[in-house]
Ligand binder design. Structure first.
Ligand SMILES: [Zn+2]
Ligand SMILES: [Zn+2]
Length: 357
């Protein structure tokens, strides 16, 4: 809670700082442009008359800089790609990661360990690797006196879980992970992907709930209350799992406009893995239609499919759901900020027979 308040404050401060810096930069650029235009105005005529063949003999111009007749469009502003590169480079330089993961080739370690001897008899040490998928601990045993280090047991699997999370985040899934592990010459994860995926999902959902629960009270502090309800300004946006209008999964999120904190989100799905498997079984006649109907009753609760229709309509459908339940948090989304696609806005306006949410 305190952390979020601090975060909100810091964000505002950063935003103010960024605005000021942007203003200054724009002014500086304008000055530069004007200066350049002035210089072009003075020397333009002579440069225009220079042809590439004669440029070598003309003082002040060289073959490397061919004469320009029109000013280049982006010669004063720094490109966004370059900005990003510079940003990443600066990040790389001053980033200190505590307890970071590293990828080491086993033979490199082996070479190093061959220089180390037993503390008991100066004998040769044997190394053993205890794996729990990608998490690995190293065990030593003396080949001469048999002394062993404490048997390290791999308990938690932070490395494995981090990588699984990453493949989910990137939308690579099990196939992507298998390829990655294959390319990197690492142990395959075999059948355990779903198990680790479920661990990651539970942890991620808990984290999201924790953040949103503390975000809402912090947001309320920025607005005044009337009859127990806060009228707030929000940004609404949706996203699809795949480009084009073929995605089975989409999501919509309501973001508070001042702080950028997510208040609520909704996932829309046109697909349920369990349903599809059962439907295919019916088609293959391995289960009867009646048995399927019976199964469906019990499955309804956990069914992932909550949308039917075009993929393009998912963003609007999520908006309707989200705006319909804002009062659960004693919030009313009074100002709707969104991108060029107004379908979500239209859908929200049409709620409750055109009365709006
Ligand atoms: Zn020894
Ligand atoms: Zn289902």
């Amino acid at each position: 809670m305190g952390g979020v308040r601090k975060y909100v404050k810091a964000r505002r401060k950063n935003a103010e700082k960024a605005c000021k810096a942007m203003r200054e930069k724009r002014e500086e650029e304008k000055r530069k442009r004007e200066e350049e235009e002035r210089q072009r105005g003075e020397g333009g005529r002579t440069v225009e008359n220079v042809t590439p063949g004669t440029s070598r003999d003309t003082p002040g111009t060289s073959r490397d800089t061919p004469p320009r007749t029109t000013p280049p469009p982006h010669n004063t502003t720094i490109s966004s790609a370059l900005k990003r590169k510079q940003y990443l480079q600066s990040k790389e330089e001053d980033t200190v990661v505590e307890d970071e993961y590293i990828i080491v080739k086993k033979s490199y370690l082996q070479d190093q360990f061959s220089q180390v001897s037993c503390s008991n008899c100066y004998g040769k040490l044997k190394t053993k690797y205890n794996h729990k998928f990608l998490d690995c601990l190293i065990e030593f045993e003396c080949e001469d006196c048999g002394m062993r280090g404490k048997n390290p047991e791999v308990g938690n699997t932070p490395v494995t879980q981090s990588l699984i999370y990453s493949t989910m985040d990137l939308g690579l899934g099990r196939t992507g992970l298998d390829r990655f592990l294959g390319d990197m010459n690492m142990k395959p994860l075999a059948r355990n992907y779903s198990y680790y995926q479920s661990l990651v999902t539970v942890a991620a959902k808990k984290k999201v709930t924790d953040i949103m629960t503390s975000a809402i009270p912090a947001i309320k502090q920025l607005y005044s209350e009337a009859n127990g309800v806060y009228d707030i300004r929000v940004i609404y946006d949706g996203s699809w799992q795949k480009r084009g209008h073929t995605s089975n999964l989409a999501m919509g999120a309501v973001i508070e406009a001042e702080t950028g904190l997510v208040i609520d989100y909704e996932i829309m799905s046109k697909y349920c893995e369990k349903c599809t498997k059962k439907e295919n079984a019916v088609k293959r006649k391995t289960i009867s239609k009646e048995a399927f109907e019976e199964w469906l009753v019990g499955h309804k609760e956990e069914c992932k499919k909550n949308y039917e229709g075009s993929s393009g309509g998912m963003e609007a459908a999520a908006a309707v759901k989200l705006f319909g339940r804002s009062l659960e948090h004693n919030l009313r989304y009074k100002v709707f900020i969104s991108d060029g696609d107004s379908s979500a806005y239209d859908a929200v306006c049409k709620m409750n027979d055109g009365e709006g949410p």
